[in-house]
Design a protein around this ligand. Sequence first.
Ligand code: FAD
Length: 418
Amino acid sequence: MKELQFDSAVIGGGAAGMAAALELSARGLSCAVIEREDELGGILMQCIHNGFGLIEFNEELSGPEFAQRLEEKVRSAAITPFCGATVIEVEDNGEHKVISCVSGAWGVIRIKARAVVLAMGCRERNRGNIRIPGSRPAGVFTAGLAQRLVNIEGYIPGKDVVIIGSGDIGLIMARRMSWIGCKVHAVVEILPYPSGLTRNIVQCLKDFGIPLYLSHLTTNIYGQDRVEGVEVTPIENGALMFDRSFRIPCDTVLLSVGLVPENELSRSLGIDLSPMTNGPWVDSTLMTSVPGVFACGNVLHVHDLVDFVVEEARRAGSFAADWLAGRRKDKELRVKAGSNVRYVTPGRLDPARDNKLYLRTLIVKNDAVLEVRLNNKTVRSQKKSHVQPSEMISFNLGPSELAAARESPDSVLEVSIL
Ligand SMILES: Cc1cc2nc3c(=O)[nH]c(=O)nc-3n(C[C@H](O)[C@H](O)[C@H](O)COP(=O)(O)OP(=O)(O)OC[C@H]3O[C@@H](n4cnc5c(N)ncnc54)[C@H](O)[C@@H]3O)c2cc1C
């Protein structure tokens, strides 16, 4: 068994993991990045469409191009990547975390590090998670798996496609499947509004004449050996209108019904999870409930843009470096999701410095207002021309707005969308 020691270790070599490692290395700390795939890049490697990096590089890049830019920096920094190594356990032994990985090339590796950044990304919800009735034929895939089959493995999963859920991966795959000669018959969405970004609705559905059925539920999947069709039922005032159900023949169903942070390692380490984000609960320094363990990117909460992932990951790396340098946080105030807010992260803020917050709303609204209240007094009231659940909102709060929290020990900040 190989045993190694580093100042810090990052689990996951996607955009978040690479960005966090670069920050740790820039602060003079030795850093290992452990990635289960054979190369760095994470989910970006299968996203061959463009639209990445508008904020980070002021350019429109494909996913692999974006990953390559980060990887080149990682390779020229004092960072040790372990690719093809899957982390199976992380133990907290007080001064050190001990990370156990298995790798085809090296067998079992044990890496000791004083700080760990979790950057394991997220996984797709599947048919079992949403309990679609019907038989169990072949031909039902998650949209991300279909994307990998088409873009990396070079297989076409089917010819006549229905997509369930209007998340971004499903929308991107509607366009991709059309480009490779498949017929995409419909995208079926249970909610009255799309779950994906507006730009993807336009560029991936409207431009290809693919119908989007909002407020429709997939009530059956037919077929014995292979999918033969789906039954779709309209929803009105919360009730299923079975008298208006219709059937769409198809041989392939792609599911794009949400992503969930990859929590197995976090759970085994005893990290507190947030029921709102489904990822680890973190404080103002992106540190989890286990001291010395930080989290960023899609393992913390599901992001829509990689630019935000990289920004957050840099801060996680920087906070981990501060922690290793012995800096401990001062007094923090608690953050609470108010009206029409599904979640706001992080769960604590430091009133003495600038804090970045990310939130997702529960509503679709034009002319909305982002309202921030500290101890029941409004400290920010900011107009938002349009809000919707699929578009993450980010904002900064600094010492001047949080001044009152420095005097009052049990301060609470509440963020609402009105
Ligand atoms: C289909 C799709 C389209 C997108 N389109 C856009 C777009 O147009 N523009 C945009 O800006 N953003 C887009 N995004 C979002 C953006 O790409 C992602 O949010 C971002 O790349 C996620 O980075 P991450 O590092 O958090 O996660 P990931 O990239 O998922 O990286 C996590 C890594 O951790 C590794 N890992 C997990 N568990 C272990 C373990 N136990 N041991 C070792 N390694 C492990 C995984 O193998 C993976 O490589 C898209 C995302 C998807 C899925």
